[in-house]
Ligand binder design. Structure first.
Ligand code: ARG
Length: 462
């Protein structure tokens, strides 16, 4: 028996080469539960339109339930000859209900509106899964901030010592980025809650079906597609999903890069837990940050999935084109990779040992309090232009003498500028420098406590 959904006008069957090229069942099989849910909803609107009797609807639904169970336990699977998940499931239904009833379900729908709908359903489910895993990572970061509320570290720009900041402040900066990624997923989900079912191949259906009823049935909160051509042909929802997952990967890669640096002998800011690091096959002493490196590497892959997809979509004429079959593997991969990466990455972050003394010791290094000298002068009426010069000269003298800013003598300060009295030393300490930056978003312990509260409140909402 020919399983193809389109054999009627062909005298010959497909060549083996075509069959191989055309098949998607090996990657779209994961959409099977969504396809069956769509079929159930479709059967109900066929009944509503008078195209299935109540008895037929009853049998159809029972057949779909049976098929769903057989798919779930592996009794029924698609094969290459089925081409795609839709064709395979139609074969499964025909096998269970016979051709007379089984052959009625396809009326008024096309694989084009089916795939556009199922793909949305699948990605919406995975947006929620990824959102949950992202929240776990945010919680691990919040845990780090809470465990070390008062530890200073060298804040950097250009990877050079810049100004001391609180470790918690730094960690919460990453949490902010992740919470925007989570917000993007939620906003994307709301935009994607529109069902293309009922759009048919492109033009809608002549059978009096009710797309709004299908949309409600399948949990699409914003109803059915406003335009059936757009409903079947648009994939910006896929591209946007690929962007959000790529952005998330990039944000994670930034944390990863720091963990890799922090875990070196030179930095010695953190130690990784044994359960979340790896060894070397030749060097017995090695303990490597593989999770962080894989995170860094996977971000490249996630970017590739986005750019590949955009290239596929570029310049496609309306409406459905078979090119669109290439839209699934990249984002399925993005889901798989993030869902694999996030639990490992969260585990690594949650079990980091933070070397507080080392962080604190380096916080004032690299003359990172020079800005405080300049701002101390500004508070005494010195124009910032001049204050900047004066503080810069202090650094020059320190470098020449091989001392730190707070080790300059009263005479050296006075020689640099008459404005620099001995009391400048009151700002040449890290706790003072931190506490002074108490405006919104700043690094003062009081300001960081506010940020922590906000991140936690945001997490509680998710
Ligand atoms: N496997 C196809 C896809 O992924 C389903 C739609 C097929 N439609 C068609 N007209 N051949 O896009």
């Amino acid at each position: 028996q020919d399983v193809r959904l389109w054999g009627g006008r062909f005298a010959d069957g497909p060549s083996e080469a075509l069959e191989k090229l055309s098949a998607s069942v090996h990657f779209d099989w994961r959409l099977a539960p969504y396809d069956i849910a769509g079929s159930r909803a479709h059967a109900r609107v066929l009944h509503k339109a008078g195209l299935l009797t109540a008895e037929e609807l009853h049998q159809m639904t029972a057949g779909l339930d049976r098929l769903e169970r057989d798919v779930a336990d592996g009794t029924f699977t698609g094969t290459i000859a089925d081409e795609d998940v839709h064709t395979a499931l139609e074969r499964g239904l025909l096998e269970r209900l016979g051709p007379d009833l089984g052959g009625k379900l396809r009326a008024g729908r096309s694989r084009n509106d089916q795939i556009a709908t199922l793909f949305r359903m699948y990605l919406r489910d995975h947006a929620r899964i990824i959102g949950g895993l992202l929240a776990d990572l945010q919680e691990a970061l919040v845990g780090l901030a809470e465990a070390h509320p008062d530890v200073a570290m060298p804040g950097r720009t250009h990877l050079q010592h810049a100004q001391p900041v609180l470790f918690a402040h730094h960690v919460l900066a990453h949490a902010q980025a992740l919470s925007r990624d989570a917000e993007r997923l939620r906003q994307w989900d709301a935009r994607t809650a529109v069902s293309p079912y009922g759009s048919g191949a492109l033009a809608g259906s002549s059978l009096g079906l009710d797309p709004e009823a299908v949309a409600a049935d399948l949990g699409f909160e914003h109803g059915s597609a406003a335009n059936s051509i757009d409903g079947t042909a648009s994939r910006d929802f896929v591209a946007e999903f690929a962007f959000i997952t790529a952005m998330t990967g990039v944000d994670i890669s930034k944390i990863a890069e720091e963990v890799i640096l922090w875990n070196t002998k030179e930095f010695s800011f953190v130690t990784l837990h044994d359960a979340f690091s790896t060894g070397s096959s030749i060097m017995p002493q090695k303990k490597n940050p593989d999770i962080a490196e894989l995170a860094r590497g996977k971000s490249g892959r996630l970017i590739g999935n986005l750019t590949g997809l955009l290239a596929t979509l570029k310049a496609l004429p309306l409406a459905y084109n078979r090119d669109l079959q290439e839209d699934k593997e990249p984002v399925f991969d993005s889901c798989d990779q993030l869902e694999m990466l996030l639990p490992a990455f969260t585990g690594m972050m949650a079990t980091l040992t933070v070397h507080r003394e080392r962080l604190a010791e380096l916080a004032p290094a690299g003359f990172s309090l020079a800005t405080d000298v300049a701002e101390w002068l500004v508070k005494r009426g010195v124009p910032f232009r001049v204050a900047h010069e004066v503080a810069g000269e202090c650094v020059q003298v320190c470098e020449r003498e091989g001392v730190e800013l707070d080790e300059l003598t009263d005479e050296q300060f006075a020689a640099i500028s008459p404005h620099l009295g001995p009391s400048v030393r009151e700002v040449l300490n890290v706790p003072g420098a931190l506490a002074a930056r108490d405006g919104r978003g700043g690094t003062a312990p009081s300001a960081v406590a506010v940020q922590l509260g906000e991140v936690k409140a945001d997490l509680a909402k998710q």
